[in-house]
Structures are given as C-alpha cells and as structure tokens.
Write a protein that binds this ligand. Structure first.
Ligand code: NAP
Length: 280
C-alpha cells in the first residue's frame, strides 16, 4: 500500500517541490493550498511527469478547511503517514514599527497554523501507532537575525513546540522532525515576505539597518528548493530520524558556532561576518 503524505502550502516553493518529490518516490500525495486558483502550476508539472496528485484546500488559519480536508483524506486514503507543516511567510522590519496585528497574523500562520494541523492529525497517528510530523522551520528558528525578530520568534516557538512534543509523542511511536533552511529560491525571497511600515522610510530611526538589509538582500545567494524537497522525502523514509535538519549555505557553520561558542562570541562573529551596522 502506498504511504500517504499531506503537505500544506503547495502553491509554490518548498511545498510544491516537496509534493512533486514525494509523488516521484511513489507516495500518495495530498498537496494542500489555501487558494485553489493557484493549483495549475503544480498540476501541470504533475501531468507532464504522469504523477498522481490530489489537491485539497487548506488555509492553516481556518480550522473548518483543515477539518474538511482531514475528513476527506480519512475517507479516501484511510490512513496518513506524514504531515509536512510547510505553510508560512516572512515578516521583516524593526519590531518597534511592526504592528501587533502584523505580528499576531504571523504567529497565526507560522505557529498556530502548524499547531492546528498537528492537533488535527494526532488522533489518526495515535490510532495507527505511527506517523511523522515534519515542520519547515528556518535558520531563523536557530539564531536571531537582524530585522527578523518577529519571524525568528515564530520559528523559535515552532522549535520549542517540537522539542517538547518528542517526549509527548514518543510513547505512541509518532516521530517529529524540523528542517531549518537558510536562504532558498522560492516566492519567500521574491514576494511573499511582508515588510514593516518603516522599512522603506528614509526618516526612520532604523534607516541604516533597513538600507543594510536591502543591500544584503540583493547580494544573497539562494539555493534551489529541490534540495529541501529531496531532504523531505529522505527524512520521511528514515526509521529513526533526528529532530533537526539544518540545510543551506552557511547554516551548518552557524549551528556549530552556536553549539561550541558562547552566545556573546557567536553574536560578535555574526555581526562581523554579516557586516551588521553598529551605529544607527
Ligand atoms: N525560502 C526560504 O528562504 C525559507 C527559509 C527558511 C524557511 N522557510 C519557510 O519555508 C516555508 C515555505 O516557504 P517557501 O520558501 O516555500 O515560500 P513560498 O514560495 O512563499 O511558499 C509559502 C507557501 O505557504 C502558503 N501559505 C501562506 N499562508 C498560508 C495559510 N494561511 N494557509 C495555507 N498556506 C499558506 C503560501 O500560499 P499562497 O501562495 O496562497 O500565499 C505558499 O504556498 C515557510 O514556512 C517559510 O517560513 C523559507
């Protein structure tokens, strides 16, 4: 019997690449997205490669769409082996100028969206005595980055949630893993990121940091999302996966820094390497 995977946020990026990679590896794939008018790119590629794929609507901030899709999946497939919590977006800007609404919306998707999905699949996983939750976290869930405070907070929260769940779910043979990508070439880097109101304001007290961000952003080299998609399939096929899978340029080095150096030394090295401005 084919193994079954459900992925959130499949209209682009890691979600779309992951859905295709699982289908190529013979999995039964439930590719979900919040806006079904965006399904054509995924379906076209699947059709080209003769890959079976099922698309369902899930907005991770809307419980009724989650309940409906899980109900349909249970009726159709009768089981679920892997949940990939991928849906999310970035919010960039000095915390002082992010509105509470922007920050709460971010958490509602990046953290509470994943929580809603996990709560929805746990009864299935517990009944089966098997299942694997894979969260797309971020390097921003492992290290604080300038102007990413709210985004970092949402991803650190996902890391804490996962670390605790290992203990809670182990007795039911349910596994949990997080992938922590660095910069990858998806809509995230092109347009899906949201900015705080002060980011393009030259009168902002943070304008030096803001200008620094845009200059750095232009120079950033992005990896292909395919490598994250391959990693997803590999993790899903591992019997005893580890909790964390950092991936991307300089991410492993950063993890080593944090492991072996004090936080103050790590931050000094990061400021130096990232050339973060020291004066406003
Ligand atoms: N690319 C990177 O450099 C990078 C690095 C580290 C971590 N990440 C994480 O990777 C994940 C995927 O992002 P990506 O890089 O693949 O960017 P992306 O191409 O922008 O994909 C994000 C996906 O999430 C979906 N989404 C957003 N809000 C949603 C909601 N409320 N309900 C359901 N789906 C929703 C988007 O749908 P719409 O098309 O409808 O907006 C889209 O399908 C995110 O969690 C992101 O934080 C990305």
């Amino acid at each position: 019997m084919k193994k079954v995977v459900l992925i959130t946020g499949c209209s682009s990026g890691f979600g779309m690449a992951g859905a295709l990679a699982f289908a190529r590896s013979g999995w039964r794939v439930y590719a979900t997205m919040r806006d079904l008018s965006k399904q054509d790119r995924l379906l076209h590629q699947a059709h080209e490669e003769h890959l079976p794929l099922e698309v369902k609507r899930i907005d991770v901030t809307d419980q009724s769409t989650i309940d409906q899709s899980i109900k349909e999946l249970t009726q159709e497939a009768g089981r679920l082996d892997v949940l990939v919590n991928n849906a999310g977006y970035g919010l960039i800007g000095p915390l002082e100028y992010l509105s509470m609404e922007q920050i709460q919306d971010l958490f509602n998707t990046n953290l509470f969206g994943a929580v809603r999905m996990i709560k929805a699949v746990l009864p299935i996983f517990r009944r089966q005595k098997s299942g694997h939750i894979i969260n797309i976290s971020s390097v921003a869930g492992l290290a604080g980055l300038p102007l990413y405070s709210a985004y970092c907070a949402s991803k650190y929260a996902l890391e804490g949630l996962s670390e605790a769940l290992v203990f809670e779910l182990d007795p039911f043979q349910i596994k949990i893993s997080n992938i922590e990508p660095g910069p990858f070439d998806t809509e995230f880097s092109k347009g899906s990121v949201k900015y705080g109101s002060s980011m393009r304001n030259h009168d902002s007290p943070y304008h030096v940091l803001n200008d620094y961000f845009f200059k750095r952003h232009k120079k950033t080299q992005y990896d292909s999302p395919e490598s994250v998609a391959c990693l997803l399939v590999r993790i899903a096929q591992t019997s005893h996966p580890q909790l964390r899978f950092p991936i991307g340029k300089k991410v492993k080095e950063l993890v080593l820094f944090k492991k072996f150096m004090s936080i103050s030394l790590t931050q000094k090295v990061m400021k130096h390497l990232m050339k973060v401005p020291q004066k406003a």
